[in-house]
Design a protein around this ligand. Structure first.
Ligand SMILES: *Cc1c(COP(=O)(O)O)cnc(C)c1O
Length: 413
């Protein structure tokens, strides 16, 4: 168990609950011996894991620092203030709320702060990469608000700015949402700000994916443009699983009240402490190098996949994200994902704009944390294509994956 970086915790678990200890070890083994290309995932640092496994998990802390509903919060108040100050300084924001339990909770709170049920909201349609919280009928957003979806251009795959403006003028939304689970290019926040101003709408940037690149200076920041920025802390940003909201001072109180008490209860102080650790790490020069390497790796991976015959959406990427249609190799996304999974290559399917079948979505945040570079991306692209085509049988591919990741242990002993 000592490979997990909280040795006492792990040893205690091994002694007291071997059944669960075995599950943890099994998952650590899976993460270390297969190739992690799920675009939303990363490997947190030992320091982040230590904060998550700390006794701060015991503390009840409803409310905000200095104004809690529970006694004994004086120490955790310092932790939350530290997380807030680090987030504000990292992103140049006037206000930060670090209590959101997840990215979805952050979006729920942003809507609660700015909207009333039944309001019209303009967001990227789900077939084009919108998140469930951007108007899915299976989600509160689609049930409680009147969502209008914009799309991407059929030729270029880029967000159709003319359509965004036309829909905004026709529907007069109360809020416009920009942000996606699969869009591989930078979002033009200045353009969205301009349209929002034209129609008197709030601009909500759901930057769950690129916020880590923003922290490292490898993607433009939505903070100067959006009224409210929602984000996760566990994707490229490499922190604990959780959410965050950034906004200007004038919306601070509304946002805070929308998180607690409107949509959440007690804050998770161990997670907030881990967010503080991650913000501290993300402010270092090493993280800026990391963020730029994530993008460089994704570009090489996209070019490699295109070279192998897959159709890469928008022809490439500006971020950590690549989406591609494997159809030219003779299979759809679902079949491709299955073959890749059997070979130990872990990634997602995604909706492809203007296509009937599903595509593949990959990201380079985790493999870059492991230390992989452009050379490995070339190798990965060739391996993916070989497996998807059915040329490389899964046993041989599994061996090659083990060989590749063996040189880049996520948690070196
Ligand atoms: C990941 C993501 C979310 C949701 O985050 P969870 O922590 O899974 O709730 C919301 N919006 C976008 C754009 C995302 O990429």
């Amino acid at each position: 168990m000592s490979v997990i970086h909280a040795p006492q915790t792990a040893d205690v678990l091994a002694r007291q609950d071997p059944e669960l200890a075995e599950i943890l070890l099994g998952e650590l083994d899976r993460q270390s011996t297969s190739l992690q290309l799920v675009a939303a995932e990363n490997f947190t640092s030992p320091a982040v894991l230590a904060a998550l496994g700390s006794p701060l998990a015991n503390k009840y802390a409803e409310g905000y620092p200095g104004a809690r509903h529970h006694g004994g919060c004086e120490i955790v108040d310092v932790a939350e203030r530290l997380a807030v100050d680090r987030a504000k300084s990292l992103f140049g924001a006037e206000h930060a709320n670090v209590q959101s339990h997840s990215g979805s909770s952050a979006v729920l709170a942003a809507y609660a702060a700015l909207l009333r049920p039944g309001d019209t909201v303009l967001a990227l349609g789900l077939p084009y990469g919108g998140h469930l919280t951007h108007g899915s009928p299976a989600n509160f957003s689609g049930r409680w608000f009147d969502f209008v979806g914009y799309g991407v251009d059929a030729e270029t795959g880029l967000i159709d700015h003319d359509q965004v403006r036309t829909l905004a003028l026709n529907h007069r939304p109360k809020a416009i949402v920009c942000g996606s689970i699969a869009y591989p290019r930078h979002i033009d926040y200045a353009f969205f700000r301009e349209v929002a101003d034209e129609v008197g709408a709030y601009l909500i940037a759901d930057a769950a994916h690129p916020i880590g690149l923003v922290a490292g200076g490898a993607a433009p920041s939505p903070v100067p443009y959006a009224d409210v920025v929602c984000a996760t802390t566990h994707k490229v940003l490499r922190g604990p699983r959780g959410g965050m909201i950034l906004c200007g001072s004038e919306l601070a109180e509304r946002v805070d009240r929308a998180v607690f008490p409107f949509t959440q209860g007690g804050a998770q102080m161990h997670t907030i402490a881990a967010k503080a650790v991650a913000f501290g790490e993300a402010a270092t020069p090493a993280f800026a190098v990391y963020a730029h390497q994530v993008v460089a790796n994704a570009r090489v991976l996209a070019a490699g996949l295109a070279g192998q015959g897959l159709v890469v959406t928008t022809g490439g990427t500006d971020t950590h994200l690549v989406t591609a249609d494997p159809a030219p190799l003779g299979v759809d996304g679902r079949t491709a994902r299955g073959r890749l999974a059997a070979a130990g290559i872990v990634l997602d399917c995604c909706a492809l704009p203007h296509a009937d079948s599903r595509g593949l979505r990959l990201g380079t945040a985790a493999v870059t944390t492991q230390g992989m570079g452009e050379r490995e991306m070339v190798r990965i692209a060739a391996l993916i294509a070989g497996v998807v085509r059915g040329e490389v049988e899964s046993v041989r591919a599994r061996e090659e994956v083990r060989d590749l990741v063996g040189g880049f242990p996520p948690y070196p002993a």
